[in-house]
Write a protein that binds this ligand. Structure first.
Ligand code: ATP
Ligand code: LTN
Length: 334
């Protein structure tokens, strides 16, 4: 809660090109919630460097991600769209919260285990304390709700635990955040290995639909999507490939799973995959057009970056001052 308004915070890493999983699992919910709340949508570049990044590439991707937030339909005047690295409060609060987080809690984080296994040559302390920085992001803005995909649920739980612990010691400092995880689409699966989630850092480009993929690529990737061989469109865990495509089609057409199954009753996988491909391509096209327009207007996007960083800094400083005072840091002499 900020200035009497309910607050929403969410963010994405600029670790690669956004996928349909990011869109349907997170961004789409951001769009439906953004009227109700004071919203902060962050490009979490501090989190990105827990994995080694090429600096020029990171800068480019972070800009592309911020542009995509706007192109997807988030109004940058009503919503605070900004880079995490432009608001030093994230790192400062993160340090303080590190001192209220136990090693045992962080040791249980499944994302840490997965990422550590994947990047065994660089298991750095930042990767380990990643959830604390995420808690700082959320708590800095006194967030009431945090829309994320299902894979982030554990991180939300630890953020709540840290906030409750801190409040338990110092009184009501932080709003306790609630996760918002959509019922359908919370986990869009890889098109090549439907037992794995679709991930922007997947090396196999055919496993993911990228939001910037052109229509032919989208259709080709869906045609090649791994399914089983019995050619029946049924929604069941035994058919993870088809189940995933039904979820995608249902979300992108606003039809229920039952309606989708009925629509394709008696039709084969070929027809179904084509329909999914065409629908997804038609949703992506206007977003891609807006990205192209925004890329032509550097000054406009720069202005948004500047104004929103100021706004985010204003609120971040407010919370940070309160926290610093509570833990016993001396007040600054002005
Ligand atoms: P990486 O591959 O670098 O781990 P990612 O694709 O998993 O990236 P994140 O930046 O970690 O993406 O996630 C951004 C948001 O998208 C989060 O809210 C996350 O829960 C959501 N998300 C990511 N992948 C999926 C998916 N396959 N289905 C639904 N939501 C997803
Ligand atoms: N860890 C998240 C990205 C993230 C985030 C946040 C999401 C960083 N800080 C705060 C919601 C709220 C991920 O999606 N990988």
């Amino acid at each position: 809660m900020l200035d009497g308004k309910k607050t929403l915070f969410s963010g994405m890493q600029a670790t690669g090109n956004l996928t349909l999983g990011n869109y349907l699992g997170a961004l789409n919910n951001w769009l439906t919630l953004n009227e109700e709340y004071e919203c902060f949508y962050c490009v979490v570049d501090l989190h990105s460097i827990t994995i080694r990044q090429d600096p020029a590439e990171l800068r480019k991707r972070a800009r592309a991600l911020l542009t995509l937030y706007i192109a997807a339909g988030l109004d940058p005047v009503k919503n605070c769209i900004y880079y995490q690295s432009h608001v030093s409060g994230h790192a400062e609060l993160s340090w303080i919260l590190n001192c209220f987080t136990y090693m045992g809690e962080l040791n249980r984080m499944t994302q840490f285990k997965d990422k550590a296994a994947k990047h065994s040559d660089n298991i750095n302390a930042g990767l380990f304390t990643y959830p604390v920085l995420m808690a700082a992001d959320i708590l800095l803005f006194q967030s009431d709700v945090v829309p994320v995909g299902a894979d982030q649920k554990q991180h939300l739980e630890i953020a709540r635990d840290i906030a409750e612990r801190f409040n338990g010691i110092y009184g009501n400092v932080f709003t306790i955040p609630e996760p918002y995880i959509g019922k359908v689409g919370a986990k869009i699966m890889s098109l090549q290995e439907p037992s794995k989630k679709m991930s922007k850092s997947d090396e196999n480009v055919n496993a993911s639909i990228y939001l910037m993929d052109d229509p032919d690529t989208v259709i080709r990737k869906f045609k090649r999507a791994v399914t089983d061989s019995d050619n029946q469109i049924i929604y069941t865990d035994d058919k993870p490939g088809i189940k995933n495509l039904i979820d995608i089609y249902s979300l992108t057409t606003n039809k229920t799973v039952e309606e989708v199954v009925k629509e394709f009753d008696g039709k084969g996988y070929g027809d179904f995959k084509m329909a999914v491909g065409e629908t997804v391509a038609s949703i992506l096209k206007p977003i891609q057009d807006r990205v192209a327009d925004l890329n032509k207007d550097k000054a406009y996007v720069d202005g948004i970056i500047k104004d929103n960083a100021e706004k985010a800094n204003y609120y971040a400083t407010k919370t940070l001052r309160k926290v610093q005072k509570k833990v016993g840091f001396p007040e600054k002499i002005r």
